[in-house]
Write a protein that binds this ligand. Structure first.
Ligand SMILES: [Zn+2]
Length: 108
């Protein structure tokens, strides 16, 4: 799971050179006309990078990872195969789910 620090580095603005100085070049290679559009791109790519779309991908998450699932419920990954806090009969962890925090992010 990508951390915010690595995501911001991957989408930092790059000096596009004198000729294109009025434009913003993202480190990923995308061009923008203004800083607001670039900020929206960084936010959208961040959400996408932290979204789990397949149930199978839940297995790769570290124990302690906090998710907000497609049903609006919040879960913490526990040790064991697809075990999450608060799991009850009839309540599923729906994907897509957004990773809110992972131990890779550092101190919570
Ligand atoms: Zn980018």
């Amino acid at each position: 799971m990508i951390t915010l620090e690595k995501h911001l580095a991957a989408h930092a603005s790059v000096n596009p050179g004198e000729e294109d100085a009025h434009l913003i070049l993202c480190h990923c290679g995308t061009w923008f006309d203004d800083e607001g559009d670039h900020r929206a791109h960084v936010a959208a790519t961040w959400r996408e990078a932290r979204t789990v779309r397949e149930v199978e991908d839940l297995d790769a998450l570290l124990v302690g990872t906090i998710l907000r699932c497609g049903y609006g419920r919040v879960w913490e990954k526990l040790p064991g195969h697809r075990r999450f806090s608060g799991m009850e009969v009839g309540k599923d962890l729906g994907v897509p789910a957004l990773v809110v925090w992972t131990p890779e992010d550092g101190a919570a």
